[in-house]
Design a protein around this ligand. Sequence first.
Ligand SMILES: N[C@@H](CCC(=O)N[C@@H](CS)C(=O)NCC(=O)O)C(=O)O
Length: 200
Amino acid sequence: MKLTYFDFPGRAEAIRDALRIGGIAFTDARVSHAEFRALRDAGALPFDSLPVLELADGTVIGQSNTLLRYVGRLAGLMPTAPSEALRVEALLDSAEDFGGRVSSSIRTPDEALRVALREELVRVWLPQWCRLLERSLAVDGKGWLVGDTLTIADLKLVHWFDKLTNGSLTGIPTDLLHPFPALVAWREQTHRERAARIRQ
Ligand SMILES: N[C@@H](CCC(=O)N[C@@H](CS)C(=O)NCC(=O)O)C(=O)O
């Protein structure tokens, strides 16, 4: 299959991880913004956006969480118990809610608005997301967001927190997770497991 996205982690990195961990052969197509516009204008993107996944039969599918669930199932990174899968899916959607607020602050060209959005993120929304995620960690108590092993929820969210704390977003402190020790431990565990399973 072929995954097409830009040349940065964004909405694709968890999908790339799941494909790598699952040992699923794929073409990691990375396009420029000009190439994206050409694909979009040619009608090649079902939702006029990236990422898209092209299957062996030529079907092209969009929507990152849908793609992540699909490859997550193929790679054994999606719980088979429906109640656990439900919790994973809710966490993926939370990334659209909370992560979407971060994206809005990136997209706005208005500097004053960006500063105000970032201040609200740091004061209100990101601590709220962190508290909710710590609650999720506490349900099974195994250090994973759902169940007792790595899932696509861990992969999706760890990339969000990497983006949030890499210093590239002015106004968002790199030690954002410091008041949330369970999340700090989760992040380390997720990175360790991810690296080990990608190497296998
Ligand atoms: N809900 C969609 C959102 C996709 C989306 O907004 N993708 C962005 C990149 S992260 C995009 O295609 N941006 C190009 C543009 O609209 O200029 C998904 O999760 O796949």
